[in-house]
Design a protein. Structure first.
Length: 451
């Protein structure tokens, strides 16, 4: 065991004592350098003595005064570096941890490289500090990996990394750009309250269980993608452009603050469940299902653009009411989830129920935001319907008549039906009048010539 010899630190042993301790090491031997000042030469001798295959390794509170090179080392058991200090480069290129790996509260003054590292057990990097670039590209974490409250001050990359289970980045701080391109999250990817001082790229990535950026802050561009899982973007704050790509996924953006242009694109059965309280100067939604998403609480609905989106549908059929018009027939049209809530066809949820006046204003604003003429006509129809409901008695009767005769000028089929009815009634009246006139006409006697 490489540890203290007779109460003295390995770094302070004479050459004979150090040779004796290191000479006893074999592949699989436990290594205990807790609280030890480790120079690069001492570290290399210990790793060489174990054939770069140590067993249980303890480097807690160790201080590495020179470059710490663990490249290609295979830790056959658990390895802990909790509260250790690295004054120079720390490189774990191609290192394999067969057990758990822990770097809690470790401090790296310079670069940290875990490129192509493989961790078979749990990985813990909570509250660690990296003063320069941190490289986790092509890393493989078979079990849970935790980076909670870590402070990564330089450029950080997890490109092509693979997380076999949950990955936690809650409260993590990224001082420069953070890249998760082609990163695979088989479990939950949690970036709650994370702070990105610069751009963050979580695409093309694959989060298949849950992706959460709740209360996260991004100082520049944010690009993310998810497939087949919920995406929690509640209270997300993005200073630069935002790009979200969903595939058979659903997203919630309650209370999000988007100061740059934002675009959310969906494929397959993707949908947005909530935009309540979203503050965005420009938000483009494309190819997503908005049938259950309320839009009344969007702070700047005039900044919305809706392309190829799916909305709720009104029921169809004949209904009777005790107000004008007493007989109403419903033709299917696209409607907002807010109208369904107001009419009692859907649950109100957490927000206050909408009012007809608010719905009229909302429909009018969104009429120009949609790209489909049929949807725009349905929204215009709904706006007029809401205005009819909120109008006084006289105007309500006039609008009700306009609705009944021609659907506010937007349902030409009704006008044709009424025209056909009026034409039939006029024709019937003319025929009846002609028949009555013929019946009351006096008979004319026939004049025969005399013989």
């Amino acid at each position: 065991m490489a540890q203290r010899s007779r109460g003295r630190c390995l770094a302070h042993l004479d050459s004979g004592g150090l040779d004796e301790v290191i000479g006893a090491l074999r592949p699989g031997s436990a290594v205990d350098l807790r609280g030890t000042l480790v120079e690069d030469a001492l570290l290399e001798r210990i790793l060489a003595a174990t054939g770069r295959r140590p067993g249980r390794a303890r480097f807690d509170r160790a201080v590495f005064s020179g470059p710490a090179l663990f490249n290609g080392v295979v830790f056959l058991a658990d390895a802990t570096f909790d509260r250790s200090v690295f004054h120079h480069l720390a490189s774990f290129l191609g290192t394999r941890f067969d057990g758990n790996a822990s770097f809690r509260e470790a401090r790296f003054a310079r670069e940290l490289s875990l490129h192509q590292v493989a961790v078979g057990g749990h990985a813990a990097f909570d509250r660690m500090t990296v003063g320069s670039d941190a490289l986790f590209s092509s890393a493989a974490f078979d079990r849970t990996a935790s980076f909670e409250s870590a402070d990564l001050q330089g450029f950080t990359t997890f490109d092509d990394a693979r997380f076999g289970r949950d990955a936690a980045f809650r409260g993590c701080r990224f001082g420069r750009a953070a890249s998760f391109r082609r990163t695979g999250f088989a479990g939950r990817a949690g970036f709650e309250a994370a702070r990105f001082a610069a751009a963050a790229y979580l695409a093309p990535a694959a989060a298949r269980r849950h992706l959460a950026l709740t209360d996260a802050q991004v100082g520049a561009r944010l690009v993310l993608s998810a497939e087949g899982c919920p995406v929690d973007l509640r209270r997300l704050s993005v200073a630069g452009p935002l790009t979200v790509r969903l595939r058979n996924a659903q997203a919630a953006l309650d209370g999000a603050s988007l100061r740059g242009p934002a675009a959310l694109t969906g494929q397959g059965s993707s949908r947005v469940t909530s935009l309540s309280g979203v503050d965005a100067a420009s938000l483009h939604l494309s190819g997503v299902d908005l049938s259950t998403c309320r839009l009344a609480d969007v702070r700047r609905p005039e900044g919305l653009r809706l392309t190829g989106c799916t909305f709720a549908r009104t029921p169809h059929g004949v209904r009777f009411a005790w107000r004008w018009p007493p007989l109403r027939w419903w033709s299917p049209r696209q409607a907002l989830a807010d109208e369904h809530v107001w009419r009692g066809w859907a649950q109100a949820g957490d927000g206050p129920p909408p009012t007809p006046h608010g719905l009229a204003v909302l429909y009018s604003r969104l009429r120009t935001a949609v790209d489909d003429q049929s949807t725009a006509a349905d929204f215009h129809f709904a706006a007029l319907e809401m205005r009819r409901i909120t109008s006084g008695p006289a105007r309500r009767w006039l609008l009700g008549l306009a609705w009944a005769l021609g659907g506010y000028g937007l349902r030409m089929g009704r006008a044709l039906v009424w025209s056909a009815v009026v034409t039939a009634l006029v024709a019937a009246g003319l025929l009846a009048s002609s028949a009555s006139h013929a019946a009351h006409r006096a008979p004319v006697p026939a004049v025969r010539p005399s013989r």
